[in-house]
Write a protein that binds this ligand. Sequence first.
Ligand code: 7TS
Length: 404
Amino acid sequence: MMDLTKIRREFPILEQKIYGKPLVYLDNAATAQKPLCVIDTISDAYRNVNANVHRGVHFLSQKATDQMEAARETVRRFIGAGSTEEVIFTRGTTESLNLLASSFSKAFLKPGDEIVLSGMEHHSNIVPWQIQAEQYGFTIRVIPVTDDGLLDMDAFRQMLASKVKLVSVAHVSNVLGTVNPVAEIIAEAHSKGIPVAIDGAQSVPHMKVDVQALDADFYAFSGHKAYGPTGIGVLYGRRGLLEQMPPYQGGGEMIKHVSFAGTTYNGLPFKFEAGTPDYIGAIALARALDFMTEVGLDSIERHERELCSYALDALNTIPGMRIIGQAPDRSGVISFLVGDVHPADMGTLLDKLGIAVRTGHHCAEPLMERFGIPGTVRASFAMYNGKSEIDALVAGIDRIRKMF
Ligand code: 7TS
């Protein structure tokens, strides 16, 4: 059992009052709040450790480098990667996917090739591929989404018959909460020799992820959604593939030797980390991941799933409630519409009650189009949310509904 009172004490922002009402923070899929240990780690690192990494002989530079590389090891362990050479620090999921799209396309994709995405992707797993498709002439195919908000796996299997060179899909949908069967997707693709990239932005904060057990070839996530700081994220990549891929950006750190006659690149993972990295962010991300480990990934997942089914039951009692996404296997994200109330109106009025939700298309416009809706209201949960907050949400929605 999770001790919610104890956990909530670690998150000072949750004590805030909004318009005189206790903050009910249900926008965790956008970003999670930070525990004191992460805030303190950032402060301590700037006070006591700060110096540029990987280039100084002096004491502080060594110390910062050691802590950054220890952070890489923490990430490796947390996601079950085989080697720290396979753990690339980026600015977040978006940069991880842009790096992947850019370098993978340059190395492996040509006109006539295909890649497979899904109809429930975040724009950051769509647009980077469209940009590269313009340059390299490959075709993007899309796994359809069923009425319940699941991937159409039969359609997916049929797509693999052709010239597919990569599959890239979300582990968990940021709109529907659907947990996609990524182990099955990876096994199916691998049986045809096709590598698979997973967008883990909405999974890593909520469940135990093991990239080797999944046999994923690439796995991307953001620190800020996993109780870590903004501006830091990770791209895991299988060594054999990363070695064949060209650098994403050029600059310091990513080179072995530079001359105007020609330049040689650094080894993994530094080949993909041009410029001064966010080493303070990396150190604080490691603290956030350790914090999650201390609380327990199993406990976090169990708690959030319980909260989600409690919320679904309660929301379904509201007249006019329409939940978008009915997957049996789901994570703590619930999108909904109520009667004719516009999502933006619902969000604005909930805010007046101190309840933070997100409204709109959630950077998944193709998915909105699929369901024929302009947007949704979305409540999303984290380890520190409790049933009383769901009760506040449900009471708030019911009150607002009656105003229309
Ligand atoms: N992929 C998924 C599945 C996401 O949910 C998000 C962010 C991203 C990628 C991009 O992550 P970033 O950290 O690089 O921005 N999703 C959301 C959201 O649902 N509301 O705000 C951000």
